[in-house]
Ligand binder design. Structure first.
Ligand code: TPP
Ligand code: MG
Length: 788
């Protein structure tokens, strides 16, 4: 080991050899602290529930060299990283060395308020650039963040010099996720840059070793999409051995060794390596002497000296990637490197037993009781030098996330005119009016859609504000004067990001756009449209965005069976339940154009509020007659989730509660019944989600000591008599409204769609699925008869 200079007040310039040595020490610390954190949580901490705590020592050890070299050498303060979920403990150990994580939180790994199982932007206290957990998503989101960064640079909100790299540290099994390839294609179309994906290529997934047949195929796939592929197969020791007599035979053997054999031999160790190598290539010239020059321990070290564990090799690779080209770095590794679990096919959730961890502790000269010390077992000088090295690394200068200023918003968004309108068309008009305005909000809107821009009424906005591309792209049809309603030219100032038809990409793009404020200091107002049924296609990515507290407006349209002739396969049935069930997403289903304008105005406020969230509007193409309003008294109630379109009177015996597109049927049924049922109410439910959330929150307030009061729905339904009946109706799963009966114990007859698949026109479909006014009248008669 080279003599290291003593720590000094001013950062010391280290030679390459010193840097390598310091990073090797840090690698060992990260391997130790991550292993200990997991061991402590599983074995030493008191258990109260008999359940496994879990954690992945082998997945961590696989990446400690990569992460040491990246974080304490290659990373710049403006770069952002998504860390492989199962290497979360390593990230926390890094921040522990930087004094940004506490021992207490690490002791509570996977416990309430402790270090989260997987890196979490919202729940962890250390800086986490991207949450991870669902494999594949944390990788692809980095590409979309690079796109967002380019968008901000093109719009003059960031300087080119401020741009960082968006980096994913990924497991090799993540390469099996389809969303990775959807993202590659989209990235190529958008001329992706400043993006690194570093693969921890341990050739093991959760269940087993991975297929050999994919070897080198990844290079082809990525290079086809414009990426540079850098492969770090061998470490320095191996490369030196290959140059010796017999070395070529050894190299060729490694080249063709099946993944499973390599893993098994790694687990078995030096003697097994020797026996197998002698058997396979021992007779080749120079091999016996070459192998004979290493004892068993040295041979094991040599054979596992893969690129991803060799600090020098990693530093050279990172240093060579000094341009903006997207780069896939495939770093060969051993899962469980440096631990007795190394190479075993079941090591994904495997853990060192007490004897094994104690022996690792002894190897590192860490005294019992000193396990949590940052630099335990090292001399004072080395410890001080390491601390100074860590403190002067660029990552230590990483700035806290931005608190981006709010965008000034208009008091109200004008209501689109028209006696008859659909909610989808109204949405398009509100955006179009904004696009024509000089509102500051208009400049921060970014729209996006997975190849459904025109059919979801974004076209007018795009005509006004243009498509975004870093390189100008002329609209050929316009140039040769072929008439078209769409101007499809693209330029740097454009505000619509056109995506191919891949809903996972769409949701990841929204997630990245909705993090522009904390990531880059400029708030954007992303608005994304998608056919409502295809929300399900990207549901995990939607959940992923919400979990990270990304802020966007999602518009699902058209929806339900109301899209009629568009086909049974396109009917969305359970999206109202998705809207209710998804935390971090407030959902609305308006019926009228003035509700749409009101909700969009509220959404833009909520998207930038402290404690706000993303918002989802479920819309329809059904054109319906608009209602006349004599005041704006309904508005607050509509935002709270429901308002009386026809107020019940007296101790009303019944009410009809409807949501969205079936408003005309509910109104017609009310007209037909109101003479016979005195005081009949008609409740317009604009958000089953907000109503239910508020109802449960008020109930919970009794036990949490928060302010109590009747919830909005308790207040509204309190206007009905105790024996009243409720008919609920929506174009979606009936359970989105049937719970209303539980509020005051009213009897309910819930109408909605619980079957699907049949195409038809509206009268036929509404009759068949019992959403028409006859069905409402029948259901009401039934309820009142029951009571009699
Ligand atoms: C979408 C999703 N499916 C399944 C899992 C469960 N899971 C966790 S890790 C893993 C395999 C990890 O293998 P790899 O990416 O190679 O990581 P490493 O070998 O480094 O642990 C799986 C299937 C998950 N986290 N996310
Ligand atoms: Mg793996």
């Amino acid at each position: 080991m080279p003599a290291l200079p003593l720590a000094a007040d001013t950062p010391v310039q280290h030679s390459r050899a010193e840097t390598v040595e310091l990073l090797s020490q840090i690698e060992q610390r990260l391997r130790w602290l991550s292993s200990w954190m997991i061991h402590n949580a599983n074995t030493l901490r008191e258990k109260r529930d008999g359940l496994k705590v879990g954690g992945h020592q082998a997945s961590c050890a696989s990446m400690t060299a990569i992460m040491a070299a990246l974080y304490f050498h290659a990373l710049r303060p403006q770069d952002k990283v998504a860390v492989k979920p199962h290497a979360g403990p390593v990230l926390h150990a890094i921040h522990y060395l930087l004094d940004e994580q506490t021992r207490e939180k690490m002791e509570r790994f996977r416990g309430l308020g402790g270090v989260q199982s997987y890196p979490s932007r919202t729940k962890d206290s250390i800086p986490v650039d991207f949450s991870t957990g669902s494999v594949g998503l944390g990788v692809a989101v980095t590409a979309f963040s690079s796109l967002v960064q380019d968008y901000l640079i093109a719009h003059g909100q960031m300087r080119e010099e401020q741009s960082g790299r968006m980096i994913a540290l990924m497991g090799d099994a993540e390469l099996d996720e389809g969303n990775i390839y959807e993202c590659l294609i989209e990235g190529y179309k958008h001329d992706l840059r400043n993006c690194w994906w570093v693969v921890d290529y341990n050739r093991q997934s959760l269940d087993a070793t991975t297929a050999d047949r994919m070897f080198r195929r990844f290079d082809d796939i990525f290079e086809t999409c414009g990426w540079r592929v850098v492969t770090l197969k061998h470490g320095k020791l191996q490369r030196a051995a290959f140059k010796r007599p017999g070395g070529k035979a050894l190299e060729d053997w490694i080249e063709t060794c099946p993944n499973a054999d390599f893993a098994a031999l790694t687990y078995l160790g030096g003697a097994a390596w020797r026996e197998r190598l002698m058997h396979d290539i021992g007779k080749k010239r120079g091999v016996a002497d070459l192998l004979g020059s290493f004892d068993d321990a040295e041979l094991a070290r040599l054979m596992t000296n893969l690129g991803g564990h060799c600090i020098e090799t990693l530093l050279d690779a990172f240093d060579s990637m000094d341009d903006e080209r997207p780069t896939l770095l495939i770093a060969y590794t051993v899962k469980g490197y440096g631990l007795p679990l190394a190479g075993h096919k079941d090591n994904h959730s495997g853990m060192m037993n007490t004897g094994q961890i104690e022996s690792l502790r002894d190897d590192l000269a860490i005294a019992p009781g000193e396990e949590w010390g940052k630099w335990s077992g090292l001399g004072d000088n080395l410890a001080a030098t390491l601390q100074a090295f860590v403190d002067s690394s660029p990552i230590a200068r990483k700035q806290a996330e931005h608190a981006a200023p709010a965008i000034p918003l208009p008091d109200r968004l004008p209501v689109p005119e028209g006696a008859e309108q659909s909610t989808q068309a109204a949405f398009g008009k509100v955006l179009h009016d904004l696009a024509k305005s000089s509102e500051p909000l208009a400049d921060r809107l970014v729209t996006t859609a997975p190849d459904v821009t025109q059919t979801t009424n974004l076209g007018a906005f795009v005509n006004q504000r243009g498509l975004f591309r870093r390189q100008e792209l002329a609209d050929v049809f316009q140039r040769v004067k072929i008439p078209s309603a769409q101007k499809w030219s693209a330029h740097r100032a454009g505000q619509h990001i056109e995506l191919g038809i891949a809903e996972n990409n769409f949701f990841l793009a929204l997630a990245a756009l909705g993090l522009a404020a904390p990531h880059f200091g400029t708030r954007l107002m992303p608005v994304g449209t998608v056919y409502d049924p295809f929300i399900a296609r990207g549901l995990d990515a939607l959940n992923y965005g919400c979990y990270q507290d990304s802020r966007f407006l999602l518009v699902g349209t058209p929806s339900g069976i109301t899209l009629a002739g568009e086909g049974g396969a396109h009917q969305s049935i359970n999206t109202p339940l998705i809207g209710m069930g998804q935390p971090g997403l407030e959902s609305f289903e308006p019926a009228f154009a003035d509700e749409v304008a009101l909700m969009m105005g509220w959404a833009f406020r909520h998207m930038q509020a402290d404690g706000g969230s993303s918002v989802y509007l479920r819309l329809t193409t059904r054109v319906i007659e608009q209602v006349a309003r004599d005041s704006s008294a309904w508005e607050d109630d509509a935002i709270a989730g429901a308002y009386w379109l026809r107020e019940p009177s007296g101790p009303a015996e019944a009410a009809i509660a409807f949501c969205g597109a079936v408003a005309p049927e509910a109104m017609a049924a009310w007209e037909a019944l109101s003479d016979d049922i005195p005081g009949l109410g008609l409740l317009a439910v604009t958000s089953p989600d907000r109503l239910h959330r508020d109802w449960s929150a008020q109930r919970a307030a009794r036990w949490t000591g928060k302010a109590q009061g009747p919830s909005h729905i308790e207040r509204l339904l309190g206007a009905l008599g105790p024996d009243a009946g409720l008919v609920t109706v929506l174009d979606g799963s009936p359970s989105a409204l049937s719970w209303l009966g539980g509020v005051h114990g009213h009897r309910v007859s819930p109408l909605g769609t619980d079957r699907f698949g049949q195409t038809g026109d509206l009268p036929d479909l509404y009759r068949t699925y019992r959403l028409d006014s006859e069905a409402i009248i029948d259901a009401m008669a039934d309820l009142l008869l029951q009571r009699g």
